[in-house]
Design a protein around this ligand. Sequence first.
Ligand code: GLV
Ligand code: MN
Ligand code: MN
Length: 412
Amino acid sequence: MIQIRLPRLRSRINALAGFGALPGGGVTRPAWSPSHEQARAWLLAELRQTGLEAWVDAAGNVFGALGARACASDTPVILTGSHIDTVPEGGILDGALGVLAGLECLQTIREAGAPRRHPLAVAAWTDEEGRYGSLFGSRAFCGNLDVARIPEMAAVDGERLVEAMSRAGFDALRAGEAQAPPGSVAAYVELHIEQGPRLEEAGIAIGVVEAIVGVRRSRVVFTGQADHAGTTPMERRRDAFLAAADFALQARDLVIARGGGRSVTNFGVVHVHPGASNIVPGRAELVHEMRDPEPDVLDRLAAECAALAQRVARERRIEVEVRPMSATKPARCSPRVQAAIEEACGTLGLKWQRLSSAAGHDAQNLTLITEAGMIFIPSQGGRSHRVDEMSDWEAIEHGANALLHSLLALAN
Ligand code: GLV
Ligand code: MN
Ligand code: MN
């Protein structure tokens, strides 16, 4: 039975972790940043040295292929992949694992001369973490990108996507050209860390993902009145930050009380203007995120939170505007891909369980154009989106071998 080579995979994971590495561990490698562009160049060189055909599309997605020169309708590929961008102060495996394990699988298959009916390819999708727009590269590839919105897409610090891509040598307005020809992908399977505690606590090597959550983000902007923080009587203040804080606390309670049981919410970005201790905040901006596996639940919660924001603003005599930023659709994974993963686990003697993903993934876009699924491996302590995110090397080896045998099953 063919197997991946863990020392080679480990050395690539450690090499990629060097791009954007933080002194205390972990990595900050946002899409289109200099460290991301260096990582892209490194990845392209690795793909080529391995003997794979490598290219970059108009959305900045990187591909390496075995038996294909492009994604084309007449030679449908079995595709794997994930992303090499990270959240700020993130870990070394979120995304990197799926890309480098994919490369390792293709290299192993090439060396073994394993028979296959389909070409195979690995992708590194651009801006999965949504610095400028959630799942940007896979959206473009799957024809799920609102091209008209590209000029207004911007990071929370205000930097526009158009400028960030131009700095990296790409024309954002052409990102739609990355759309894959119909029928060019026969199946997609992505390996990822679980990012939560369920597999580790159950002592199970492999998670077979059944469904992926939808994520909604909106910018909620409260506008009150900037005033002197010493001389303005308390009852006359129209403090935008306190309104935002009141809204955040009430929105949390609303999502728990009125959500679908698995609904979660977060306020991960807060900007207060003008931002001086001796000025009552005149404006406060929040990025409000909500997640749920059911689109209807997200629709309802979004409407109720918008009404809540209006109520809080009215009570505090200030204005509020809720601007939708992004919405990814919840997705169901393909039964055929799930069966291929379970069969691979059987071959390898690995225990598996089905689970749903509360994190967003590029695979949810791929479900729009092909049979797509995901393999999860346990995360140490369930930790992710933090610098100490890690999985045991043995778990990584199991996951990469499960990916290898799933790809082979799907390719034959
Ligand atoms: C992707 O990491 C997400 O935000 O779920
Ligand atoms: Mn992530
Ligand atoms: Mn990820």
